[in-house]
Ligand binder design. Structure first.
Ligand SMILES: [Zn+2]
Length: 122
């Protein structure tokens, strides 16, 4: 039987280079250095508050982390900045893959792994 998690991801994730992200350390570093990941969340958060008039109290300090989450591209497991976990993401940070799915599909998809520090802007 076909694995329920597979829905055609091989079309865009075969031979992909993935960056190994460990939370919450990845967030802690982003918050300290105000790197690309932090800026990405900050821009989204300010736009969200400006457009909806909601969530302003979360723009303060580290609370801004609550504006971000992603889902595993295979099993939908949620990635959060403050939940201890390992995820793998594409260079544009568009696709995220949980540790379990990474282990299950790495061979089939021929993924290459790089450390988080090699992400552009990090
Ligand atoms: Zn998964």
């Amino acid at each position: 039987m076909e694995d329920w998690r597979l829905r055609g991801q091989e079309e865009y994730l075969t031979n992909a280079t993935l960056y190994k992200i460990t939370f919450p350390e990845f967030w802690q570093n982003a918050y300290r250095t105000k790197n690309f990941f932090f800026q990405k969340i900050s821009i989204y958060a300010h736009r969200f508050v400006a457009e909806t008039g909601r969530g302003q109290e979360f723009l303060v300090g580290e609370k801004i982390r609550h504006f971000w989450h992603e889902h595993c591209e295979f099993c939908w497991e949620k990635a959060l900045t403050d939940k201890p976990s390992v995820f793998y993401c594409t260079e544009d940070m568009y696709y995220w893959i949980c540790e379990e799915c990474f282990q299950d599909f790495a061979e089939q998809f021929h993924w290459q792994v790089k450390p988080a520090e090699e992400l552009p802007g990090i």
